[in-house]
Design a binder for this molecule. Structure first.
Ligand code: CP
Length: 313
């Protein structure tokens, strides 16, 4: 059974298939494609969410499936019940489980006992659905091309991890502009697959000036609230504000996975300047996740749909 836990478990042809499915499904809402008819999906959340929760919930309904939300305080995975017992219980109820969790290891443990398709909807380690929506957005805008230079500005986090995993499949360059490189990212600089394609550029002005795409995320991820004051101080020179975004090339765009803390990692001016890109990126969570679920849960029916509705981009 195929899951979406780490992008490294997928292949480039599989990723391309899902991007193509997403574009076809987005372009043809009139087709009323229902590959999840008769299937049920549990949405499990240990952390807050707007985009992920709503886009999966609506996406499942649009694909004809049933959806139920399970909160950590109700299910208590690993506290009220073992991961093993939760998996065995849900195996009897649903076809897939979309999980937003703190601990990435628990996701792997869940998969071990699961007859359900498991989809990673963010852990402390990674956020593959977000990056798939980002790539879909760049494809739509005609910006996804060989040699693309992305500059990550600020705190290296789970979103950057998924971007680096995506870069294993596509020849893009990733610059990281941050006061330091956390130990968990150091191995990427020794990875032969990223040779001459990953750089630490300490100075944010220099880093954004060579970018085709600048990527920004909050400096205080969910679960790091107690460190807020220290993090605001650490990253204060890495705010993509009017002055810093003025160093971006004319053609470059900025992406933000949201939620944004205007006045911290980005300012009002820069958010407004790139809002059409950023909210397209947000909307594309719906389209790419529909394609992911259709591919994982009804691959034959989805390929048949695509053969009739393929779009060029
Ligand atoms: N980008 C993202 O995952 O948004 P939410 O936390 O609102 O789901």
């Amino acid at each position: 059974m195929k899951h979406l836990i780490d992008l490294t478990e997928w292949t480039k042809p599989e990723l391309e298939k899902v991007f193509n499915y997403a574009l076809a499904m987005k372009a043809h809402p009139e087709a009323d494609f229902k590959p999840l008819k008769g299937k049920s999906v549990a949405l499990y959340f240990e952390k807050p969410s707007l985009r992920t929760r709503v886009s999966f919930d609506i996406g499942i309904q649009e694909l004809g499936g049933n959806t139920t939300v399970v909160e950590q305080f109700m299910a208590g995975i690993g506290t009220r019940e073992s991961v093993h017992d939760v998996a065995h219980t849900l195996n009897g109820f649903v076809d897939a489980m979309v999980c937003r969790m703190f601990n990435h290891t628990v996701l792997h443990e869940l998969r071990q006992w699961s007859d359900m398709t498991i989809i990673n909807a963010l852990t402390d380690f990674s956020h593959p659905c977000q990056i798939m929506a980002d790539v879909l957005t760049l494809k739509e805008l005609g910006l996804w091309k060989e040699g693309l230079v992305m500059t990550w500005v600020g705190d290296p986090n789970n979103v950057l991890q998924s971007w680096l995993e995506m870069a294993l499949f596509y020849p893009i360059t990733i610059n990281i502009s941050s006061p330091d490189i956390p130990t968990e990212f150091e191995s990427w600089f020794q990875n032969p697959a990223m040779k001459d394609r990953i750089f630490w550029i300490h100075d944010p002005k220099e880093a954004v000036s060579v970018a085709d795409m600048v990527y920004v995320d909050t400096w205080i991820s969910m679960g790091q609230e107690a460190e807020a004051e220290a993090r605001l101080e650490k990253y204060k020179d890495y705010s993509v504000n009017k002055e810093l975004s003025g160093f971006m090339p004319e053609h470059a765009v900025m992406l933000h996975c949201l939620p944004a803390k205007r006045g911290q990692e980005v300012d009002e001016y820069t958010m407004e300047k790139f809002k059409s890109v950023i909210f397209r990126e947000s909307e594309n969570r719906l389209h790419v996740q529909k394609a992911i679920m259709a591919y994982l849960l009804s691959p034959v029916e989805t390929e048949a749909f695509y053969q009739e509705h393929a779009v060029k981009y």
